[in-house]
Design a protein around this ligand. Structure first.
Ligand SMILES: [Zn+2]
Length: 279
């Protein structure tokens, strides 16, 4: 009887457990968590910057998980929400964040590509953009990731980069240094959306976790999956390499929400991040 009661209590606790959510950080390159007041069972449909936003059931209502692009200007932003015939605006504040600078020196060919290479780069940028803005109406299994590779963070998200002295786009992912051939594993379940060999990103895998949550794995030595394949958390995606534009073997890991590349660390357990950043 007591054991039965304990089981019932434990199941109730498990059912009431909060969903695994990213850390809220409403800054450029961060994530805003916005509770939506909607009592009905049908989920509300939310848009930010013209793109569909991930919405999860949360505490008897709904929660919008909004990715904020690095290019967003600090200030008031608005989430547009439709619920049946009703439309509502949810204003939220994007706070400023100053990211550090990084200066890199690379071979001129990679800094100033040839016209033919430029054509290839533009084509690949469109292909990657299409993958990162893909919407699949399936809720992600979790919004809490495990590290895709064991290694040291060699370059954080958001660094304002200068190549051979020229300002370039900020670093839109997290670099994890690891020896060539180290396994790269899916940080959560998903479906392989695209794979390919890209000029800058080298051998790349794009994983779709559902509702606009997409992850990106670049500079791989080897790709171990194919487009359309369903992968479980921990499945082998490929191995660490230095294909494309890389100065040493590492994984460039990108996390995109509603088309915005955001800081992957916000999706990792906070204690893991603290341990990884301790010198
Ligand atoms: Zn990188």
């Amino acid at each position: 009887m007591l054991a039965w009661l304990l089981l019932v209590l434990l199941s109730a606790a498990a059912a009431a457990a909060p969903p695994a959510l990213p850390q809220p950080l409403p800054v450029p390159g961060g994530v805003a968590l916005l509770p939506l007041e909607a009592a009905a069972r049908e989920p509300p449909v939310a848009y930010y910057d013209g793109r569909r936003v991930l919405v999860l059931p949360h505490e008897g209502g709904w929660l919008a998980v909004v990715g904020i692009p690095l290019s967003a200007a600090p200030g008031e932003h608005v989430l547009q929400v439709r619920h049946g015939a009703a439309a509502r605006r949810y204003p939220f504040t994007v706070h400023p964040k100053q990211y550090a600078e990084q200066h890199l020196t690379l071979p001129e060919r990679l800094v100033h590509p040839s016209p033919a290479e430029l054509q290839r780069i533009r084509r690949e940028a469109r292909r990657l953009r299409a993958a990162l803005t893909h919407w699949r109406p399936v809720a992600p299994e979790t919004l809490l990731f495990s590290w895709p590779v064991q290694g040291e963070v060699s370059s954080p998200f958001g660094l304002r980069r200068f190549l051979n002295g020229e300002p370039r786009r900020p670093h839109s992912g997290l670099d994890i240094a690891a020896p060539q051939g180290t396994p790269v594993r899916a940080p959560a379940a998903g479906r392989v959306l695209d794979t390919g060999r890209f000029f800058f990103n080298g051998n790349t895998v794009v994983l779709d976790h559902g509702q606009g949550l997409i992850t990106l794995y670049c500079h791989l030595a080897r790709i171990a999956v194919a487009p359309g394949q369903e992968v479980a958390a921990g499945a082998l995606l490929g191995t660490v390499g230095m294909s494309g534009r890389a100065t040493g073997p590492h994984l460039h890991w990108g996390v995109s929400l509603n088309g915005a590349l955001v800081d992957p660390r916000l999706f990792l357990p906070p204690e893991d991040v603290a341990a990884a950043t301790t010198p």
